[in-house]
Design a protein around this ligand. Structure first.
Ligand code: OSB
Ligand code: MG
Length: 369
């Protein structure tokens, strides 16, 4: 498939609520929809699910736009590719910038899916027909607000509640939830807000809440202290921010820094790397699950197909429409079934249609290469 044209849409979907985390708040989000058009007229979409500010990882929407426009798009345009591995080889000289890379690599997978007449699920080696879905709960102003939010999410059928925590908002909210719901699947995501020296005792004390996992308590590059912490507590530690590549997964698993890995195609530079991390983790008895970056339906489509692989063993972050956004750019909307699961599409294409009118409506800037 020869890449003839590339378009990058900077979109701003109106948010219905902010995500409040240990690294700060996300109340606005501009991100990029990457469109690849082949010589034969096939159209593939992918998403660089960047944040506006470099508060989760070093990238931003502006950095993704720059790297895609100046370095990655020029390396693939006018060239032919047979496989995603070959495609990403064309811009392998670009270091890091994983969110930028994930957007264009996913668009290539979308092309392949149509070209080969196979679903993303089948291309990725997925096996499940539906996947379990959980929901995250932001840091709140009060326990009453928190419990109301948890109740609403349980009523909607979500299979796991993930509470965002930070120093000063941890033991109390978890205790309040456990007092009311002793048996729900509950996890906590600290988004790197703690330090081993200062908080080891406090973090160990979270063992009493029987969390399914404690996500990213310490700094993103602190594999050593994560290993010491994991060694000192029963709750499985899950790494999110720390795992940017297969090599990071190897480091974490070799050192015993975690028992679970959160895989986000965005954070690791695309599906090819995500598949490698999945397979390596499976071979070493470490389970994975699919986190999110508040993607639109485009990014979620790839996450959904990926999460249908066998070693994805925990509910995914896959909020349906209206959890964070007032509208979406794909049809049909992501649907949570009454059993707390989502169906995994299994037809050629991404399983969702990009709605051109809505894409135009929410595009604030378009780059044609
Ligand atoms: O820590 O999982 C995180 C969003 C942006 C950056 C980091 C995180 C998140 C989320 C969003 O928690 C979850 C979702 O996409 O539904
Ligand atoms: Mg996280």
């Amino acid at each position: 498939m020869k890449i003839a044209h590339i378009e990058i849409f900077e979109v701003a979907l109106p948010m219905s609520r902010a995500l409040k985390t240990g690294f700060g708040n996300i109340s606005n989000k501009h991100e990029l929809i990457v469109k690849l058009i082949t010589e034969d007229g096939l159209v593939g979409y992918g998403e660089s699910a960047s944040l506006d500010e470099p508060i989760y990882n070093p990238e931003t929407t502006e950095s993704c736009k720059l790297i895609l426009t100046e370095y990655i798009a020029p390396a693939v345009i006018g060239k032919s590719f047979e496989t995603a591995e070959e495609f990403r080889e064309a811009y392998a000289h670009v270091v890091g910038n994983h969110i930028a890379k994930a957007g264009i690599e996913c668009a290539f997978w979308h092309l392949m899916s149509q070209h080969d007449g196979r679903s993303l699920k089948s291309l990725f080696g997925g096996v499940k027909t539906e996947i379990a879905v959980g929901e995250g709960v932001s840091i709140k102003a009060s326990l009453t607000e928190l419990l109301d939010d948890v109740q609403q999410n349980l009523d909607r059928g979500f299979r796991r509640i993930k509470v965002k925590i930070k120093p000063g908002w941890d033991v109390e909210p978890l205790q309040a939830i456990r007092d009311r719901w002793p048996d729900i699947e509950l996890s906590a995501d600290a988004n790197a807000a703690y330090r081993f020296e200062t908080h080891a005792k406090l973090l160990q004390s979270l063992d009493r809440f029987s969390l399914s996992m404690l996500e990213q308590p310490l700094d993103f590059d602190d594999f050593v202290d994560h290993a010491a912490l994991q060694d000192s507590m029963k709750t499985p530690i899950c790494l999110d921010e720390s795992i940017q590549s297969l090599n990071d997964a190897r480091t974490a698993i070799t050192l015993g820094s975690c028992q679970v890995i959160n895989i986000k195609p965005s954070r690791v530079g695309g599906i090819v790397e995500a598949l490698k991390i999945h397979d390596y983790s499976a071979a070493h008895g470490v389970s994975v699950w699919c986190g999110g970056m508040l993607e639109t339906g485009v990014g979620r489509a790839f996450n959904l197909a990926l999460a249908s692989k066998s070693n994805f063993r925990h509910p995914a972050d896959m909020s349906p429409l209206k959890s964070f956004y007032k509208d979406d750019i794909t049809d049909p909307p992501l649907m949570l079934k009454s059993n707390g699961c989502m169906d995994v599409p299994d037809e050629p294409g991404m399983g969702f249609r990009v709605n051109d009118n809505k894409l135009q409506k929410y595009t604030v800037n378009k780059i044609v290469i």
